[in-house]
Design a binder for this molecule. Structure first.
Ligand code: HEM
Length: 406
């Protein structure tokens, strides 16, 4: 085993900080240098940054790494919000297994496949408007409202409430960034957003209990009440998890994906000429600029990763944005190749927390991007200035103005 790679001056990687907002527009050069110089790197705060594909992939699958509910309470990366039950994305087996399987029962591949026609209808409506106006903001006019509408309809969140919970969802999504990147005021607003969200879903669930409908909330209520294997608190956290996980990320697949296509006109032309490429195109766009850049885990036991000793209780940050461009797995990794074969990217994770909504996200991404490319032949950027939202984990643009006319 080699020495610990510390971020002391003069040590490899000491000047590299992928958390620095200065790299927001293009974090990939920093990732590359980190992967080349110190693929398992300890930051001054004591977090291990892991940037190689095989190391990330093996940690995702290794039961010696998890969330460690107890250690999470003393976590320096992200603490749970006071007194709330944790969403299963932050739990280890057996709680994770129990909750995930209950939700999977209500959220089946059939439920997702049945959404295809409705997604197409929503996308067509949005593209009609964009064509009529001659311009659009891909984020505000397609990326945000499409997945927000889809997850709201699936869950059964009334259309009239969606605008009001948009800001709550933003605060919760921003809140998945490391705590050390938030001001005390931001942490307070995040905690408040959770309380308001809890109140909102508590009322909606009570309503569904009285009047069940054909939606996921009613099914989850039935699971909760049927055999009591889900507490009311767990039900609330699950609703918020599904709502937030279901759209901030998909919005960024659509935004980052559109931008990558516009910046690679040869690949855009290739997709136009061969629409059947859309499934592999979406996988490549997910690899190339993943909506969630990193995951964190805690070592539940002493372990070794890439020759470095990681002790029980230490936290690791898996940089999937870096792993997805590891040349050991992806030939010519900085090249966008919509026909890339054997594309085993980690954008939906790689272990027991593999994205529960991956099938839905893929369907939305394929329909949104496929329709945009097919129906807007003159699609182009409306300006050069692009700003990324001030998020670290969920990476995406604040706006993506495009012209849709000739
Ligand atoms: C392009 C869009 C999406 C991306 C890139 C994405 C990515 C991810 C990733 C990386 C994880 C694992 C996080 C971790 O282990 O730290 C995850 C988990 C999860 N995602 Fe997604 N997601 C997307 C869309 C969705 C949608 C549409 C839904 C639901 C409706 C969803 C629901 C979930 C849930 C419930 C989990 C937790 C799974 C578990 O812990 O077992 N996601 N997602």
């Amino acid at each position: 085993m080699t020495d610990t790679t510390e971020a002391a001056p003069g040590r490899p990687g000491a000047d590299l900080d992928p958390f620095d907002p200065a790299h927001r527009a293009d974090p990939y050069p920093v990732y590359r240098r980190l992967r080349e110089r110190a693929p398992v790197f300890r930051t001054p705060r004591g977090h291990w940054l892991i940037s190689g594909y095989h190391d990330c992939s093996s940690v995702f699958r290794d039961p010696r790494f998890g969330h460690g509910t107890t250690t999470l309470r003393n976590n320096t990366f992200r603490r749970p919000v006071g007194g709330r039950s944790l969403p299963f994305i932050l739990l280890d087996p057996p709680e994770h297994t129990r909750l995930r399987s209950l939700v999977s029962r209500a959220f089946t591949p059939r439920t997702v496949a049945a959404m295809g026609e409705r997604i197409q209808e929503i996308v067509d409506g949005m593209i009609d408007v964009a064509l009529e106006r001659g311009r659009a903001d891909i984020i505000a006019d397609l990326g945000y409202p499409l997945p927000a509408t889809v997850i709201s309809e699936l869950l059964g969140v009334p259309a009239g409430d969606r605008e009001a919970i948009k800001e709550l969802s933003r605060l919760v999504a921003r809140g998945v960034d490391p705590d050390f990147r938030h001001t005390p005021e931001e942490l307070r607003r995040r905690a408040e957003a959770f309380t308001t969200f809890d109140g909102y879903f508590r009322e909606l669930l009570a309503h569904r209990r009285r009047e069940p409908a054909d939606d996921l909330l009613s099914e989850l209520v039935a699971v909760r009440d049927g055999d009591g294997r889900l507490t009311e608190e767990e039900l609330l956290t699950t609703c918020i998890l599904l709502y937030v996980a279901g759209h901030e990320t998909t919005m960024d697949l659509i935004g980052n994906g559109t931008l990558a296509l516009l910046r690679h006109p040869d690949q855009l032309a290739r997709l136009r000429a061969d629409p059947g490429l859309i499934a592999s195109a979406v996988e490549e766009l997910l690899r190339f600029d993943p909506p969630t850049q990193l995951s964190r885990r805690t070592a539940l036991a002493d372990a070794e990763v890439g020759g470095q000793a990681i002790r029980a209780g230490e936290q690791v940050v898996l940089l999937r944005g870096a792993a997805n461009r590891d040349p050991a797995v992806f030939p010519d990794p900085d090249r966008l190749d919509l026909g890339r074969r054997n594309n085993r990217h980690l954008s939906f994770d790689g272990g027991i927390h593999f994205c529960l909504g991956a099938a839905l996200a893929r369907l939305e991404g394929q329909i949104a991007l496929g329709t945009l490319v097919r129906r807007v032949p003159h699609l182009r950027l409306a300006g050069a200035e692009l700003t990324y939202r001030d998020n670290l984990v969920i990476r995406g643009l604040a706006a993506l103005p495009v012209l849709t006319g000739r």
